[in-house]
Design a protein around this ligand. Sequence first.
Ligand code: PEP
Ligand code: CO
Length: 450
Amino acid sequence: MAVSASTWSPESWREHPALQQPEWPDAVAAAAAVERLKTSPPLVFAGEARQLRDSLARAIEGRAFLLQAGDCVESFNELSTMRIREKLKIMLQMSAVLTYGATLPVVKVGRIAGQFVKPRSDAIDADGLPSFRGHMIHDDARTEEARIANPQRMVEGYNQSAQTLNLLRAFTKGGYADLTQVHLWNQEFVSSSPEGRQYERLADEIERALQFMAACGIDLSAERRLHEVDVYTSHEGLLLDYEEGLTRKDSLTGDWYDCSAHLLWIGERTRQLDGAHVEFFSGVHNPLAVKLGPTATAAEVVELCERLNPTRIPGRLTLVARMGADRVRELLPTLLRAVSEEEQPVLWTCDPMHANTIRTADGVKTRRFDVVMSEVEGFFESCWETGVHPGGVHLEFTGQDVTECLGGADDVLESQLSSRYETLCDPRLNARQSLDLAFRLAELMQRAPR
Ligand code: PEP
Ligand code: CO
């Protein structure tokens, strides 16, 4: 069904099949929670979303690179200043590596301040319980009772997102992200590793470059961009009650924006053309992303572009390929060509995590660093082959010293996985592996054909 401005409303998704939604046991309580969100202040502002859209438009032209990263799922139990600062540190470190190594501005988008809901392939988990779908829906404890959906958790998720965002704004605008602090972002457990030492050398070079500019008479203190950064928020727009509750009409343009985050993405499991998610997001003006797995066809992808970006606004739509390291070279070029032929202004990025999840013999969910890197390489090669700019990466990482993914320069071994395995859902790169990935990515970007 074609969506036109005249049939869309923040509620019109309710007329479409909505996959992956919780069954709230009490419909009255659910409606009350949505009403509560509707009367709460927006978390982000339309003008900020437009600013991100313009940055993403520059990335389409190869004048910027998108780094979108964060937890697989945030936890209600981990809201702490320290943890948010550690996540920001690794984001800033990776950005410094990419900006300096690949000489491109990095658009920084966290999976943060709202990434509280998960789609699940199986409704029932290995213990026979309803699968964990994120803290905005229920608790992760292993009991039937804990897994009962509670709509009040949407309000708690909103409150936690507001607190996270407040800290993020303070850190990024209040001096912490100042480029003269480039050494401070290297955490203790990182700095002693091979990647950490490589980062120290790069930070020295950045410092020397700043000193050089100062010696040339440039007033560095007057240059805002050296002292502040923009970090945008994003999450999977999965739970449509929550997204509807935070949708507001922008007073400046009269357009609708989903004010729960700057960028929202539609996941691999909910990108059906006639589904509720495509309907809902077709009507809000935020920058959007859509995940594309190995079953995505060229015709589907072109239709998604038509539906979500009919007026072809650059920066409106990012397509995130997550094909798997062994299939990306075979599957992606066809999609890249099809979208280019339609002259759709799309930012193509690579999620090298979600199609490369494996289980060890002990049943632990993990990912191998070299396989993740191999999908990134396959993505870049596919883009180069088809004349498309490889515009960014979408990662699951944490600033903590966890052992969830295998390998990296400072090898995590299978026998070590259980020592600090803390994720509530998918395995994340730890801070050292993330930094390692950034160095390899910068090298790859330098190999781009001119
Ligand atoms: C995710 O990004 O956490 C996720 C579930 O991804 P996908 O929709 O690509 O499987
Ligand atoms: Co995940």
